[in-house]
Ligand binder design. Structure first.
Ligand SMILES: C[S@@+](CC[C@H](N)C(=O)[O-])C[C@H]1O[C@@H](n2cnc3c(N)ncnc32)[C@H](O)[C@@H]1O
Length: 284
């Protein structure tokens, strides 16, 4: 692994998820799953679990792989996405994540789960240096984990290596609006959220940039769907929940301490700074 990506994970990503605020917030609101849900127009923003499962089913269908396919979840967290993908597609899903305690939870949940649990396995690993031989997988996806990469080219090269020829890649990730198209105030907020949430790739991946990087890495981009309107209701709910604690923390000069509340409030207020996309590509 390059020193920069390994060092960044240990210094920034792992501590971000280990923070009490992060752990409590994700545990209380999302049962430790950590991704946006998909909402249809007019739906209640508060039905987080329903919306998250729907997003996972969409991710699974986008991969369009037959039963028995070998699939890698790069940045799997507690494994809920992997279980849904296994259940919906009939694939064998391997999840990797850098947080050992999440891997333990993922294994426990799979052991207890009906359906897709038996076709999942989980291990601690960094997706910049995957412990698998070349061409080990028919499919690979990231669910809001690639934005944490300090070395996106290296990660894409690794994804390319472990996929078989014509293997399919799905990425559900945020991109950012270039600095020149934002007010200084909006760009300052975007940069601060990316810094505090350990998401350097989100700043690097301005709209359209991931498509170029995928092409350079040897992938043919098949589709890019802008799902921003479908995830926005969940962010609105986070913004409502975060506004009082963040407002109070800010009033005493500690707004940065409540990173998740801050992200909810500021990213909802500055919707012009980001988009949420679902990318599908094939290894050339
Ligand atoms: C927003 S969470 C998403 C977790 C999971 N995909 C989900 O949807 O619930 C991002 C995850 O990516 C993991 N991650 C970030 N960088 C990673 C890396 N270089 N290698 C492995 N996992 C990584 C984090 O540890 C975290 O669990």
């Amino acid at each position: 692994m390059s020193e920069s990506s390994d060092g960044h994970y240990r210094r920034c990503v792992a501590p971000y998820y280990a923070r009490l605020g992060s752990r409590l917030g994700y545990a209380m609101l999302l049962s430790r799953t950590r991704h946006f849900g998909w909402y249809e127009p007019g739906e209640s923003p508060w039905r987080f679990t329903l919306a998250m499962r729907r997003m996972e089913v969409i991710a699974a269908r986008k991969l369009a792989l037959p039963p028995g396919s070998r699939v890698l979840d790069a940045g799997c967290g507690v494994g809920d996405v992997a279980r849904t993908v296994a259940r919906v597609t009939g694939a064998e899903v391997t999840g990797v994540d850098g947080i050992a305690s999440d891997i333990a939870i993922a294994r426990r949940r799979s052991a207890d789960a009906p359906g897709g649990g038996g076709r999942t396995r989980f291990l601690s690993a960094d997706y910049h240096e995957l412990p698998f031989p070349d061409a080990s997988f028919d499919g690979l996806y990231t669910m809001e984990s690639f934005v944490h990469s300090a070395d996106p080219k290296r990660a894409l090269a690794e994804f390319h290596r472990v996929l078989r020829p014509r293997g399919r890649l799905g990425m559900l990730e945020y991109s950012s609006t270039p600095e020149g198209r934002l007010t200084p105030a909006a760009y300052t907020v975007l940069r601060r959220v990316c810094e505090l949430s350990a998401m350097p790739a989100m700043l690097m991946l301005t709209h359209g940039r991931l498509e170029q990087l995928l092409d350079d890495a040897g992938f043919a981009v098949e589709s890019v769907q802008d799902a921003t309107p479908n995830v926005l209701p969940m962010l609105r709910a986070f913004s409502v929940l975060g506004s009082v604690p963040y407002g109070l923390a800010r009033a005493v000069g500690h707004g940065d301490a409540l990173v998740n509340a801050m992200s909810g409030v500021e990213m909802y207020r500055h919707q012009e700074t980001w988009r949420y996309h679902i990318y599908v590509a094939t290894k050339r």
